[in-house]
Design a protein around this ligand. Sequence first.
Ligand SMILES: [Zn+2]
Length: 291
Amino acid sequence: MTIKSSARLSDRTWMLTFDDDISVMIIIGTKFTVFCDTHLGPDSIKEIHQFLSLISHPDHFFIFNSHSDWDHIWGNCAFPGMIIAGHITCRERMKERGTFDLFRQMTKIRGHVNIKLPNLTFDSGLILEEDDIEFSYAPGHTIDSSVCLDRKDNILYVSDLVEDPIPYIDYDRIDIYIRTLESLLRSSADIMVSAHSGIITRDLIRSNIEYLRKVSRGQQIDTASLGAYEKVHKANLNTLIIFRYEKLVREKFGDSYSFDRFWSDIPDPEETDSETTEEYLKILIHKIQPE
Ligand SMILES: [Zn+2]
């Protein structure tokens, strides 16, 4: 069993945490059993089904993808013919990078994975009225991030938008990210669930905002206090540099821009210092030619 713990957050809502500390949220509605994210593949989903077999639940499943990062969507393929919902950009981003991420992170798959895109997309939001569940676009961690609110019990699944001690920045609009986190602070939720940090507090959201503000102003961060997340900070600085160059390459190549080609040449952002990344990209954009 790779589900290491289950937490009952309300009568109908559960947080299941796997052995890699990634959590998914399950809401047992009256019409649908709603999955917030699908972890690393069909083997993870099999375990969730085993867990659900002990609880009465609708066998209509509704799958929500909080964003298109690989550690949240590889179990999608275990739900053939079912609704998989995500923001419009979640489908686009998964289409663009899904296979690339699958090959790159291959060792982490659980079961036979193929990329299955959301088949129901929304713009600002979507509501399952009969189950009293609301999905809202919440860009920040990535351009395609969304949250899920269990309106009946005031439980909000924030996925990767908030992380302890600092979040991954995978979107170049930190101003929008901060705005999203500020809106989470104002939300009516009594319980908030982060995919990598479990149940989180508003204080953590405030300190994530503080971190983002410092990064956007180019201020020094006290990395000694971050522990293992020192690498995340390093990756964040590099990602912002890479995005700057990727934008130039996208503009230069238009429709013939190749995500795989550009990103396969990029050194690991967690292992490289910012100066080296910048130098490397300066040379790279001169070398890249249209196919
Ligand atoms: Zn994640």
